[in-house]
Design a protein. Structure first.
Length: 157
């Protein structure tokens, strides 16, 4: 077990650039020009969303020692799966609040937050080995490269 760190991110965080590029597109692509009437996001990044909204509205007991509850990691950003899921939740929240102001938030809770939160905080989720006062670095799944003859079966090979 390791304790939460307040220092610069290391380890798995440094390797997330490629994963996040897959979510947002290529970093070299020019940004779309902003129009004056385009709605601005409420939260400017996933950290603001998690700390300024999600952590404030989610009311769950966090497991600690023998106390039952959800698994949560204070270093949520150090878990690639958690970062990807929380980023997706933030983007869905911003989109639904603008595109469906009447029922979008209900849809977000039901279709986005509830399933992602269940996975993130579940017994097999990325925070399963963490707690409110401890962080354990993520472990990647063991993989072997696929043989060329397997990859050749796909139409985009």
């Amino acid at each position: 077990m390791t304790s939460p760190s307040t220092g610069p991110a290391t380890g798995p965080v440094a390797d997330l650039t490629t994963l996040l590029d897959q979510l947002t597109g290529t970093p070299d692509a020019p940004a779309a020009p902003a129009t004056q009437n385009a709605p601005q996001p409420v939260f400017h990044d996933v950290d603001q969303f998690v700390t300024g909204y999600l952590a404030q509205v989610i009311e769950r007991r966090v497991a600690s020692g023998p106390t039952p509850g959800i698994n949560w990691c204070p270093r949520w950003w150090a878990h690639p799966e958690a970062l990807s899921r929380l980023y997706a939740l933030w983007r869905a929240w911003e989109t639904l609040r603008v595109n469906d102001p009447h029922t979008g938030m209900s849809i977000w809770w039901r279709d986005h937050l509830d399933p992602h939160l269940a996975v993130l905080t579940g017994d097999a989720g990325p925070f399963a080995r963490c707690g409110p006062d401890r962080h354990r670095d993520p472990e990647v799944l063991p993989v072997e490269p696929a043989p060329p003859e397997v990859l050749a079966q796909f139409p985009d090979a």
